[in-house]
Structure formats: structure tokens, C-alpha cells
Design a protein around this ligand. Structure first.
Ligand SMILES: [Zn+2]
Length: 264
């Protein structure tokens, strides 16, 4: 597959994105290529991609205040919850490619402008020959169990109104399991064991791939990392504070814990 930065009219699946939101038509019909051309003209362009072999076309608009009245913006995450897996994949890919292209303009080796490759979805530098592929940042997200309680934390910098699973980027040289142990120790001072893979989810905000795990508390008392965590506590799954809304792997991890508690 290849990225076409100068798109041609086609019948591909079309998306327009703006930050963490996606453009929808108020008549509930799918966006067409004509919609993208119209939005491109009126709302400005951060990136515009047609991935011909994947039948995917995506526009990242720069000015949502100029969105015509027949469209509106909805949270992409909310669409994940109500869409089938193929649609979620296509929306995630569209958002990830749009964000990557908007942020990737020049060669990191020599500083020359990057151009789309014809043979694959990548950019290349005509000066030094470097090839740049869409970036994915692997992360872990983990729900720690201690007896019939689960560990939830309120983040100090983001989503401050909810308690969620602990999460973090996998660092160079680490396995995912190593990252689970390190993140939990860094953020709460707890040692964990029996780390088990739960599932994964593309999280294109802008480029994360979330690897979900469960783990069991092994030792230690909660000692939170103040610059990252505002609060961390053990909760009963059936008596949690506000937690992540549907559409995320955090939601699935917590729901799974609730189901298991009910079945005991
Ligand atoms: Zn270069």
C-alpha cells in the first residue's frame, strides 16, 4: 500500500479528523470524498492522505471553527464503542496516519523535506535515502488485583475526574512485562507478580499501541509518585469511583474484574 499525498477522486472509506475528534455528517451518512474536498477547502489541512490499496482516505482539518453546519465533531473514542472491529481498525489507522503525517515533515538525519513513497505507506528522503515508517509507541496498561480489590489511580496531569488503571510507555530494552513491573513500582511503590496478558488496542492519540495486562499484588504499601499520580487506592470492583468510559481497554479490564467478582 502507498500513501498518496495528492489524492485522486475515489470510492474509498473517508474520514476527517480534528485532534481527538472525528467529523460526522448530521444526516448520519458516511463521509464521501466530496465531503473531504469541501472540508479541505473550508477548514484548512494538517494532512490529507489517500491510501489507495487500503481504500482509505483521511483528512486532518486545522480549523474546526470553520466546520460547515451540516457536520459536527464527535469523540473518536466514543465511536470505538459503537463500531465493529473492522471500522475501529480503519478509524484508528486513519487517525494514526493523519497525526503522523501532520507531525512528520522533514528527515531526522539531514533535515530535507520528506515525500511519500510509491511502493508502501512510508515517507522517504530524496537527499539521503532515509525511509520513515508510521510511528507506533508501545505502552502497557495494567489492572493490579489484591485479593478482591483492584488498584485504581487518578492521574495528576490528565483525566483528573476519573480513576483508571496504571499505564505507561515501554522503554528501550524492556519487555512488556518488565515495563509493567517498573511502572507499578515507580508510580505506586508496589511489587507485582503473575503478570498476565489481557489484550491489546490501538490508541491513536496520537500513536500508542496499548498492551493490556492483569497482575497480582505481591508486596508493599501504596506510595504514590506525586508528579504522576494524584491518588491511588484499592477499590472493590462493585464499588468504584468514576472510571474510564466504554471504548478503551481500561474499561474492558475493569469490567472484566466486575464480572469475575460477580461470578465468585
Ligand atoms: Zn535525509
Amino acid at each position: 500500500m502507498a500513501l498518496n499525498i495528492n489524492p485522486i477522486i475515489s470510492e474509498c472509506t473517508c474520514y476527517a479528523v480534528c485532534g481527538r475528534e472525528i467529523v460526522v455528517r448530521l444526516d448520519n451518512k458516511n463521509l464521501t470524498f466530496d465531503d473531504l474536498l469541501k472540508l479541505k477547502e473550508l477548514c484548512g489541512v494538517l494532512s490529507f492522505v489517500e491510501e489507495k490499496d487500503n481504500d482509505l482516505c483521511v483528512l486532518a482539518i486545522s480549523d474546526k471553527d470553520k466546520l460547515p453546519s451540516e457536520y459536527s465533531l464527535v469523540s473518536l473514542r466514543s465511536k470505538f464503542f459503537v463500531s465493529d472491529s473492522e471500522s475501529i481498525y480503519r478509524m484508528s489507522r486513519a487517525k494514526a496516519l493523519a497525526s503522523w503525517l501532520a507531525d512528520t515533515k522533514f528527515c531526522a538525519k539531514c533535515g530535507a523535506p520528506l515525500v511519500a513513497r510509491e511502493s508502501e505507506s512510508a515517507l522517504e528522503c530524496k537527499e539521503c535515502g532515509s525511509i520513515v515508517y508510521p510511528r507506533i509507541n508501545p505502552c502497557i496498561i495494567v489492572l493490579v488485583h489484591k485479593g478482591d480489590k483492584i488498584l485504581l489511580a487518578r492521574h495528576a496531569q490528565r483525566n483528573q475526574d476519573i480513576y483508571a488503571c496504571l499505564a505507561g510507555f515501554i522503554e528501550c530494552g524492556e519487555s512488556a512485562e518488565h515495563a509493567v513491573e517498573r511502572e507499578i513500582m515507580e508510580e505506586t511503590g508496589l511489587k507485582v507478580k503473575n503478570i498476565k496478558y489481557f489484550g491489546s488496542q490501538s490508541w491513536p492519540f496520537p500513536s500508542q499501541l496499548m498492551f493490556g495486562f492483569t497482575a497480582e499484588w505481591e508486596s508493599g504499601e501504596i506510595s504514590k509518585q506525586d508528579d504522576e499520580i494524584a491518588d491511588a487506592q484499592w477499590f472493590s470492583p462493585d464499588d468504584c469511583p468514576a472510571t474510564p468510559s466504554p471504548g478503551s481497554i481500561a474499561y474492558l479490564l475493569i469490567e472484566d474484574a466486575k464480572k469475575k467478582q460477580k461470578s465468585v
